[in-house]
Design a binder for this molecule. Structure first.
Ligand code: SF4
Length: 324
């Protein structure tokens, strides 16, 4: 494959580099996807409605930013994961397609616009994520809390799932978010600790794990959730250990999906994990006691989040009943 410079086409910038920090890296050829990864091109009328609503409300989605393969399916069912606090991230993870750089100041109206979009879409369950904002004193915690508050005020019956950054070196930030009482607190470990220096160099495995643990300590009624990308070179034993770590932190829900390489400047896929192996990992996770498990090549943190949340809540209620 020839050398390709990664340019941000969405902004119309003919010369704006989407990943300037990755431009000097040698190319990693993109491996051909196996047939079990293929997805249909988006074309459903509701897909276009969802897209128009996001544009009209000037909202950013991780579905587009991360070039998610499920966008055709999700947006056809009005499931979109909104990404708050801008579209520029202060980290530069080797797997992620979100632009890196110095973000713009926070938009004060964003919580209202997000809440209006949730109301217009008529969502029962919404997933809100964000870029990393290491530039802000609280890492964006207060903004997350404002978004949760605005959605609650406009759509009191909608359950809210947040997928947050790690709030590394942001004392008391987590408490602010937990006080806003999301229904699900999701933070992805992404990969096994051995691969952090190359895949998630700006993050620390134990910080992420501690964050999830602390959410449960602060408010045990909040469901906690975490996700892993497979196919980055992790070993089965390492995955088993990460699952054990998550269970010690009392994490309720684990998601596992295949890592897909966004561009030649990103980490290469070490291998495509087969659907049967995903099944085995799912079984392993259930045996380890997670309340909910989603494990398949196309699983993403927010994929089927709506129905998964309903199941998660029902399972917990059943267990509480049985324990009485
Ligand atoms: S899986 Fe999540 S990120 Fe991907 S399209 Fe669906 S809602 Fe968006």
């Amino acid at each position: 494959m020839s050398t390709r410079v990664v340019i941000d086409h969405r902004t119309g910038g003919a010369s704006k580099l989407r990943h300037p920090e990755k431009a000097h890296r040698p190319d990693n050829p993109i491996a051909r996807k196996p047939e079990w990864i293929r997805v249909k091109a988006p074309g459903h009328p509701v897909y276009h409605e969802t897209r128009a609503l996001m544009r009209d409300n000037n909202l950013v989605t991780v579905c587009e930013e991360a070039a998610c393969p499920n966008i055709g399916e999700c947006w056809s069912q009005r499931h979109a994961t909104m990404m708050i606090m801008g579209e520029i991230c202060t980290r530069a993870c080797a797997f992620c397609n979100v632009s890196t750089g110095m973000p713009l100041p926070l938009d004060d109206d964003e919580p209202t616009r997000v809440a209006e979009a949730v109301a217009k879409l008529g969502l029962r369950h919404v997933v809100i994520t964000s870029v990393d904002r290491d530039d802000l004193a609280d890492g964006g915690a207060r903004h997350f809390a404002r978004v949760i508050g605005a959605i609650r005020a406009m759509s009191p019956d909608t359950t809210i799932e947040i997928l947050t950054p790690d709030f590394l070196r942001k004392p008391k930030a987590l408490e602010v978010v937990v006080d806003a009482r999301p229904d699900v607190f999701n933070h992805n470990l992404e990969t096994v600790p051995r691969l952090y220096p190359t895949i998630r160099p700006g993050a620390r495995y134990y910080q992420s794990l501690r964050l999830l643990d602390r959410v449960k300590q602060l408010d045990p009624s909040i469901f906690t959730k975490s996700g892993l990308m497979l196919g980055l070179g992790e070993e089965k034993m390492e995955l088993a250990q990460v699952m054990d770590d998550l269970r010690v932190a009392e994490v309720d829900f684990i998601t596992m999906g295949q890592y897909l390489q966004p561009t030649v400047k990103h980490a290469a896929v070490a291998r495509f994990v087969t659907p049967a192996e995903f099944e085995d990992y799912g079984t392993m996770a259930r045996v380890k006691g997670f309340l909910q498990v989603s494990s398949s090549p196309l699983t993403r943190s927010s994929y089927h989040a709506d129905s998964d949340f309903a199941e998660l809540r029902a399972t917990r209620n059943k267990r509480l009943e049985e324990a009485r």
